[in-house]
Design a protein around this ligand. Structure first.
Ligand code: DX5
Ligand code: ZN
Length: 222
């Protein structure tokens, strides 16, 4: 299993995105948190921002939509240039149609689960999703503490993906550090979003390399 590290630009310098993307050029993708001040209390970026980031980014963009009505908007984020688009199950009226619209627009389709949301409905339709995001904080803000009580659900998702023999990525997001990544990797995650722990470091490339090394060791030690 290969480990992917996706730094979240929510923790970057908002006045210097082009430079900040260069600082994480060794990562596998840049995680872009889209918040609408409705699905979550916070407000960030929209489609024109993703279009411009895609033009200047040295690595693919991983869009995480924390918005109402993703059924309407998700495919537009794929057309804007995101390589993967993940929407929240709690916000979608028709998750399967929305996932299909993302794929039809040329991106990987992801579905996200808040800490209190069960995985069963997603696991019943695994073939529809290229990525399952198990949130390890309540979505809305960076810099929160990792919620270890989401680990049983992470293991349930990882077990179902392994049994299905599918290549679905298993992503965690929220409070990921060189300490918490051990537990997340050991419970089956392969794709790790990290905002504060990468961008608050004096050397983001080194922070990415450390996260990757610790995750690789934690998987092997299973
Ligand atoms: C939270 C966002 C996260 C956030 C993670 O709602 O989805 O992607 O940027 O930030 P850290 O790594 O600081 O918890
Ligand atoms: Zn996110």
């Amino acid at each position: 299993m290969s480990i992917r590290i996706h730094p979240s630009i929510l923790a970057a310098d908002f006045a210097n995105f082009e430079r900040e993307l260069q600082r994480i050029g060794t990562a596998d993708a840049a995680h872009v948190d889209i918040m609408d001040a409705h699905f979550v209390p916070n407000l960030t970026f929209g489609i024109p921002m993703v279009e411009r980031l895609a033009e200047v980014s040295p690595i693919p963009l991983d869009a995480h939509l924390m918005i109402d009505d993703p059924d309407r908007w998700a495919a537009d984020y794929a057309r804007a240039g995101a390589a993967s688009v993940t929407f929240h199950l709690e916000a979608a009226a028709d998750p399967i149609a929305t996932a299909r619209s993302i794929r039809a627009a040329g991106a990987r389709a992801g579905v996200a689960l808040k800490p209190g949301t069960a995985a069963d409905t997603v696991l019943a339709e695994l073939a529809e999703f290229d990525l399952i995001l198990v949130m390890t904080v309540e979505p809305g803000f960076g810099g929160q503490s990792f919620m270890a009580d989401t680990m049983p659900k992470l293991r349930q998702v990882a077990t179902a993906v392994a049994e299905h023999g599918s290549s679905t990525l298993i992503q965690v997001d929220g409070g990921i550090t060189t300490e918490t990544i051990v537990e997340a990797a050991a419970h089956g995650a392969d794709t790790f979003v990290a905002g504060s722990s990468v961008f608050r470091s004096s050397d983001p490339a080194e922070a990415i390399a450390e996260l990757r090394a610790v995750a690789e060791r934690s998987v092997r030690s299973l």
